[in-house]
Design a protein around this ligand. Sequence first.
Ligand code: ACM
Ligand code: ZN
Length: 713
Amino acid sequence: MMKLLLTLLSAAMINVIPKPASVEVGEGVFDMNRSKGKVEFKLDPASGIAPEGYTLTVSRCRVKAVAADEAGLFYARQTLDQLTGPDGKVPCVKIKDAPRFSWRGFHIDPCRHFLPVDEVKKQIDILSRYKMNTMHWHLTDDQGWRIEIKKYPRLTEVGAYRTEFDGSVYGGFYTQEQIRDVVAYAAERHVTVVPEIEMPGHAISAIRAYPHLSCTGEDVSTFYTWGTPDISLCPGKESTFEFLEDVIAEVVELFPGEYIHIGGDECRKGRWENCPLCQARIKELGLVSDAQGTAEEKLQSYAVHRMEGILAKYGRKLIGWDEILEGGLSPNATVMSWRGEKGGIKAAGEGHDVIMTPGTDGMYFDHFQGDPKVEPASIGHYTTLEKVYSYDPVPEELQKQGKGHHVKGVQCNNWSEYIYSDSHRQYMLFPRAFALAEIAWTQPERKDWADFNRRVDYACMDLDARGINYHIPIPEQPGGSCDKLAFTDETTLELTTTRPERIVYTLDGTEPSAASEEYAGPLSFSSEALVKTASITSYGRMSPVRTIRLRKMKPMAALPEAEVFGGLRASRTDGKFWTIDDLQGAEWHKVELERLRDLVALEPYNRNLPDTTRFYAARAEGCFKVKETGVYRFSSDSDAVWIDGQLIIDNSRGSVKRYSRQDTELALEKGVHKVEAVFIFNIKGGWNPLRNKTDVSVLGPGSKEWKTLKTLE
Ligand code: ACM
Ligand code: ZN
């Protein structure tokens, strides 16, 4: 039945992503199963067809594709593949097609979490089917050096590994032979691989291997937490540039493309201010702080200029993150605009080429793609499929200035701090990569969100056939989701999804399926309930199941007067603990705390996490006043919270303690109640929780505004 339906649909509709420039649908179909000799792919450099473009004509008796280059023929084949129904029938069409941008990029980050070669190839394979043509391979960072450099074996012998908080060793790298293999595999699919060698920041793994590369020369460990360390390469030393030049000499042998990415982002320059060699270089170059930037920013600019010179020797072009604008942009540099569009607009205004990849506008696929309370932990922010689709890489300002042509392309960045498995990496990438493919290829006036949504379903079925995971919207509550709801008499539960999908649910504790009751509007409850809900795609695939508990309860009684106290009763215990269970029997000693948020302030936050870091746990209890009887929702990123002695939030068992998904509602009587919170300073999933807010937040009855819970003084 499903197959028949698909055949009918595919015959009537064109399900190609990215949408071609022009499509004329004819009558009838061509049958691939009876097509011997009638399918022709013709390379015709004199055809006048644009680079990477093609024409594809399908009639009842033949298929003909023409292109002026091999890439165009490859793309004609991808289009034909997508047009072909499961029964081998292709609708008769005339397609003329060419891309909007020449750089249609996707980025991968094997430094934070490693992708084996097979997974890299899988991404290249699938994304090239959607006419993506550039893979930005982020090969070096604080958490691991991932590319073999023969002259500097310690880069991969030690720099490719990090010791995690639990003592386990994480790492991996690509040999030069593997890299050649990947580059060749990509080339067969018309994908250019652009390697990124980060400098002068995000270079701890190199400094771990060769400490003399930093200003102080001190020993450092490869980082096992995320963020930006204070330690950078020292641009005051000639030996730093000798190292970079040697590395580049090997890199250019492996990657034949014209661009080499040199990073340049998020470099902390504080140590340069106190480094005699950096300061001597600043003096020698006559760099001064002025409106164009600080002397240290100009020192970074000097280092980037030198990289440009090194690359020029090999006939290569430099591309870097938009920080390379600070202190003066190198003459031929291309800018990758990630901190919004500002950097890209400035660079294009000055005549530089630009790749747009702004996190603010949907190009960071490490963001949440649905309500953070129902999605797996991520780095934060909010980037739905629709947000990606709605992005136009040529900002209006550049169009008005007639500088739009400097935008050479667009790219998604897939940072992997919170991506603990290949399957989750795929979940973050798809289907957002389909939206990217369309904005990268298709002219903006051809975009159509509703029609795209329909075609996404076909592309997702293709992912299913290839065993690739992807995001299906999970039912959410408008205005904020919570799995542990409470009510006193009766209540309703409203559900929605980030894009239209059918929602199903059960109330008897069984797992929902496509045949379960369909959600048609807010559900009403007057007694305790357990709702299991999921969304179902048009082709019958189900999202992860969400379980929502609705607890009917009497408001919890206020504390008797005699038990009310002001201030916080707080204590601390030192050591490494994993969960709140480990705290049983710990030796606590009293500490002074004013606010629950200070639970994280008992050790200074140190972005470099030296071996002398003191890990600890702390607890605090206090009283708070409730002005009216009603239902209150509590949230906290501390490890655990108790209200009136009831454990309501336990974040200590998760794989990473960010964006708690343990919010809980309670009905409380007017009066004073007790709160207790525990914080454990440990490192799970690379996140340093000293950056968490250990406040308890509360959403009062009927309120849409979260407030910090204030304890009595
Ligand atoms: C970046 O996201 N730090 C380029
Ligand atoms: Zn220095």
